[in-house]
Design a protein around this ligand. Structure first.
Ligand SMILES: Cc1ncc(C[n+]2csc(CCOP(=O)(O)OP(=O)(O)O)c2C)c(N)n1
Ligand code: SF4
Ligand SMILES: [Mg+2]
Length: 266
């Protein structure tokens, strides 16, 4: 098999805008799937509504294109009934952290052995560029013309409430680190989350002053720096991986080493 066999190239060109970062994520995901021998017999993709969610349609895998914000319960359901499958969620930042934010909190507690690739373009791309949960404070968007009011959600902080979770921060410019993070996340025996900074040139970038997608990529190149070796926490604009303790028990161990409560005896 070759990487291109992981993609439904007969459906290309994709619906994504020229220069969108989503295709760069799909390319690396396809590469990792090829390296790991993943195919339709052993892997399922779960996506939600949004530009990012369309990835399921372009990959040569079984996929569920579920409701906006509902990727995680669907992914957990698939993993529960077919534990032998690799379950990979690909979702937008709004999908993951806004409407899906409550599911994120509770999936993390349950520590299912699933992988989440979050396309973090800091905006609601599909719907025209509204402020999302990861939009930096002060950013001009179509729904916040004088600047986004609130601090963005701390995805690393949320994910690391599970001490057995895997969290990586990367960007679509940093293709090697992104590929490594995606691979390690799929191999991680518990909840894993790859937070990928990625450009939405049409509904975010141009509005905040970038002339092109290329300029956004250059910005990732200069803005993001690798975290120091051994870092257990990533500062903003640091690239790196924070691994929790490798989970050893079943998912019902709650992800924090404490066994789930047994049957009531009173
Ligand atoms: C229940 C529900 N609420 C709202 C919407 C409208 N909607 C569709 S996609 C989207 C946001 C997409 O942003 P994100 O998840 O970041 O994905 P992106 O398009 O940026 O990849 C919204 C609000 C919807 N389809 N369903
Ligand atoms: S609107 Fe933004 S996120 Fe959606 S395809 Fe276009 S560039 Fe990509
Ligand atoms: Mg988005």
């Amino acid at each position: 098999m070759a990487v291109k066999d992981k993609l439904k190239t007969d459906l290309f060109p994709t619906i994504w805008c020229p220069g969108c970062g989503i295709g760069l994520i799909m390319q690396q995901l396809a590469t990792v799937m090829d390296e790991l021998g993943l195919d339709k017999t052993n892997t399922v993709l779960i996506t939600g509504i949004g530009c990012t969610g369309r990835m399921g349609a372009y990959m040569n895998f079984e996929s569920v294109y579920t409701l906006h914000g509902r990727t995680l319960p669907v992914a957990e359901a698939v993993k529960t009934v077919r534990p032998e499958l690799n379950v990979i969620v690909v979702s937008g930042d709004g999908d993951t952290a806004s409407i899906g934010g409550n599911h994120l909190l509770h999936s993390i507690r349950r520590n299912p052995n699933i992988t989440v690739l979050c396309n973090n373009n800091e905006i609601y791309g599909l719907t025209g560029g509204q402020t999302g949960p990861t939009t930096p404070q002060g950013t001009n968007t179509i729904s916040s013309p004088t600047g986004a009011a609130y601090t963005p959600i701390n995805l690393q902080g949320v994910v690391s409430t599970n001490p057995n979770a895997y969290y990586a921060k990367t960007t679509v410019y940093h293709q090697g680190p992104m590929r490594k993070a995606i691979r390690e996340a799929i191999e991680w025996p518990g909840f894993s989350f790859v937070d990928i900074a990625s450009q939405c040139i049409e509904n975010n970038g141009r509005r905040i002053g970038f002339p092109s997608a290329y300029a956004m990529l250059e910005h990732y190149k200069t803005d993001y720096k690798p975290a120091p070796r051994g870092a257990t926490h990533l500062e903003p604009k640091q690239l790196g991986i924070v691994k929790g303790e490798v989970p050893t028990g079943p998912a019902s161990d709650n992800g924090n080493g404490q066994l789930a409560a047994g049957p009531r005896t009173d």
